[in-house]
Design a binder for this molecule. Sequence first.
Ligand code: ZN
Length: 284
Amino acid sequence: MQTLKRISNRLFYLPPYQETDRPILAAITGEEKTLLIDAGNSSSHAKLFLDQLEERNIKGDLLVLTHWHWDHVFGMREIQAPIIAHDETYNKIKELQELSWEDKELDQRVKEGIEIPFCADAIKKELGNERDIFLPDPDLTFETRMKVNLGGVTCLIEHVGGDHSHDSSIVYIQEEKALFLGDCLYANLYSKNWNYTIDNTLQLIQQIEKYDADIFFLSHHDRPLTKEDFSSFLQLMKSAAFLTKKHEGNEEAVVQEMSESKQRKLSEEEMETITFFVNGFSGN
Ligand SMILES: [Zn+2]
């Protein structure tokens, strides 16, 4: 069981759980109101979060969704608060409302290439036989960005897009210098080969680098990243993008040059990042 972690008086989060692809869920508490970030991948995930907040006398007044993927929205029905979502997230949720999550339909969608095995497997594991998913319509939508004032704390929600999901939004908490990135920096998984494209990635990084933060939350990373960790994370993406372009998608050449410049063998994370860029370069 994941337990709620407290970063400060105003910042709490429930760590992710890889086994069934549960992302980070977070709560920002102001003097007046509390904003929750993401609804979780099931009713039980959402309840686990809400129960632990209740133990600290915290109740969510608003919920914001970082993007439409199942693991961030399936717990929506449990959260009794107005839901904020980007316009595209709203549209995708309207589409999800029409789908069945039973094995037969899920497997059919995997076969048709609409759903991916990675998600279908995690859905089956997380939900067991409880496949009756109710997704309410988001209440408040925005196009580019919006501010939520919680009383002494301001949350800036901004649409940033990216390869992982075109509707991705991030949440910046100015007073805490905290940035919640959702999944926006992860690869595009809804593709034959998981990938990053160079232009989208560099544009996304530029947008993210505008924010002055000390702590960074990536939804499936076990712990938040410090400024230093995050900067080397971005540095790796930038140099993998640069070298992929330079060597026109020749993976071996990219690995060799990066390895030579670091004067060591590359880590698994580095190798994987390069593979994703190479996949994106060749257009799969
Ligand atoms: Zn996602």
